[in-house]
Design a protein around this ligand. Structure first.
Ligand code: SPV
Ligand code: MG
Length: 536
């Protein structure tokens, strides 16, 4: 960029974020401005930030971008020795070049009483340039020598003399700085200068000069020196003031970028992809809770909310379920709601609405949530409390479709309950896995009917990624081929349908580690239990 014959532009940045913004805007290079970096750090442009602190900012800028960065190296942070060490450290951080000015450490910004500022001894400055060039290891590393003679009021002759000397000492380009509001001084310089090296300018004060004029004068590189920082200050002041005055975010929301734009700038996506590559592949489960119906037997308790929102102690049934899922690191949780859907309002859940909860069967709720049926999944009824151990074991079970079944059939029939016939009965034998295929599942209403059954489905079902794919495929097929059945069927009907279609549907036995809440008596029992625990 320094050497090619076309006029090039670099734009100021002062940290990783602004550097990235500059690159995204299309600039081919970045000016790591001393003024802006110090301002962003909350200090003055007087070398108040140490050179290693500046270096650290450069490192972030370099990591965040892929275009060349020219650091404003002030006076080189000391003598030739400090400067050559700086060059070495900048190369290590992939910085493309450094600009040093012929003033005295600690410097002051050129626009603050520039005429009073002492200039460096010319020969000493030439030695500094030479030390930098001698110590660089990358042949493309650029050292720009900045002449402050015009700023300090020493005149054009002095500027030419110094530019000559610095070019001779090995500088790759000359930055001729000026603080007047026209390009005149620099034009005069250019007329007298033999053009030995490319010329860089900073037109902050002569911003009215048309860029074409710089081009016509043979300028090599323009530095837009501080406009990224100034733009951000303008907006920060405006928005912060408004929030302070209004004690509200309401009217600023539309004036600022959404948080997800920050994430994009941080390349959050790349992190996610890297996780996939480098983290051990855990089957990460999501969960779907079916809680669309009102639930019978609960009288006025379910006038204004579905059963899942009834409280046991200080917590609702649903929030107890969510806690257990969270404990097993299941955070992606969908809930199908219908009856009094607005009363189901726990945070961090994804709600799926089934408006037809009262006319259609439970399978229809599942169909409504079809988008959630993917990957490893725990499917739950919203009215079952269970121990975490059930989840832990189901998640370790290698089969694709597994129902949690309790073999300890006890008779309390205030409504039909789901019973299964398995390949094998439950066994207390040591080391027995207690996992087998299911032959059928059905809702039964009395103790006599259940006698040939092996246990009760407790309302928790695990699907592997493949199991979810089977559910998804068969739900879709049913919807296409027989939508009326889809509306009518219970989950049992669907499971039997899968068994008929030769899919393996498994059960795992769990004894007494759960409680469904089917009646006021169930509820009273649980509430009493909780109260007793608390008293203890
Ligand atoms: C800077 O951006 O820090 C510069 C340019 O050195 S100026 O502020 O114009 O001196
Ligand atoms: Mg500076």
């Amino acid at each position: 960029m320094i050497e090619n014959p076309t006029l090039e532009f670099i734009m100021e940045a002062h940290n990783g974020l602004s550097a990235k913004i500059v690159e995204e805007a299309g600039f081919k290079g970045i000016w790591a401005s001393g003024l802006s970096i110090s301002a962003a750090l909350g200090v003055r442009d007087n070398n108040e930030a140490s050179w290693t602190q500046v270096l650290e900012v450069c490192e972030f800028m370099s990591d965040a971008t892929s275009i060349p960065i020219l650091l404003d190296g002030d006076t080189g942070f000391g003598n030739f020795n400090s400067f050559r060490r700086l060059v070495k450290k900048l190369e290590q951080r992939n910085i493309a070049g450094v600009c040093i000015e012929d003033k005295v450490f600690p410097k002051t910004n050129s626009f603050i009483s520039g005429e009073k500022q002492p200039l460096a001894d010319m020969d000493e400055f030439c030695g500094k340039i030479k030390s930098g060039k001698d110590s660089q290891t990358d042949k493309d590393f650029v050292i720009v020598a900045r002449v402050e003679a015009l700023i300090a009021g020493w005149g054009v002759d002095e500027a030419v003399k110094r530019a000559d000397a610095y070019a001779e000492a090995g500088a790759d380009a000359i930055l001729m700085h000026s603080k007047i509001s026209s390009f005149d001084e620099i034009e005069l310089f250019l007329k007298q200068w033999n053009g030995k090296k490319p010329v860089v300018i900073v037109p902050t004060m002569y911003y009215r000069t048309p860029t074409q004029k710089f081009k016509d004068s043979g300028i090599s590189l323009i530095i837009w020196a501080n406009h990224t920082l100034r733009a951000s200050i303008t907006n920060m002041q405006k928005i912060v003031k408004q929030i302070h005055e209004e004690d509200s975010l309401l009217d600023v929301q539309e004036k600022i970028i959404p948080v997800k734009e920050i994430f994009r700038l941080q390349d959050v996506e790349e992190y996610k992809e890297a996780e996939d590559i480098y983290l051990p592949k855990k089957k990460s489960y999501s969960s779907l809770i079916l809680a669309a119906t009102k639930g019978t037997n609960f009288g006025s308790l379910t006038d204004d909310k579905p059963k899942a929102m009834i409280k046991i102690g200080s917590e609702t049934i649903l929030s107890k379920i969510v806690k257990i899922l969270n404990n097993r690191n299941i955070k992606d949780i969908g809930v199908v709601v219908g009856f009094k859907k607005d009363a189901v309002n726990l945070p961090n859940l994804e709600y799926i609405v089934n408006e037809n909860y009262s006319e259609y069967g439970l399978l229809y709720s599942l169909y409504k949530a079809k988008d959630k049926i993917s990957g490893a999944l725990i499917l739950l009824y919203g009215d079952v409390l269970f121990e975490e151990d059930i989840l832990r074991k189901l998640m370790l079970n290698d089969e694709d479709i597994v129902l949690a079944v309790d073999p300890s059939i006890n008779g309390r029939f205030n409504q039909a309950r789901d019973f299964v016939v398995g390949d094998e009965p439950y066994s207390e034998a040591y080391g027995k896995k207690n996992v087998c295929r299911i032959k059928k599942i059905q809702a039964l209403k009395n103790e006599k009917a259940i006698k040939d059954h092996n246990g009760e489905f407790i309302g928790i079902l695990k699907l592997s990624e493949k199991g979810s794919a089977i559910f998804d495929k068969e739900l879709t097929a049913l919807h296409e081929e027989n939508p009326e059945l889809l509306k009518k069927w219970s989950l049992n009907d669907f499971l039997n349908h899968l068994i008929t279609k030769k899919y393996d549907v498994f059960l795992e036995y769990f004894k007494d580690k759960w409680k469904d809440i089917d009646s006021i008596e169930d509820l009273t029992y649980l509430i009493n239990l909780e109260t007793k625990e608390q008293q203890k």
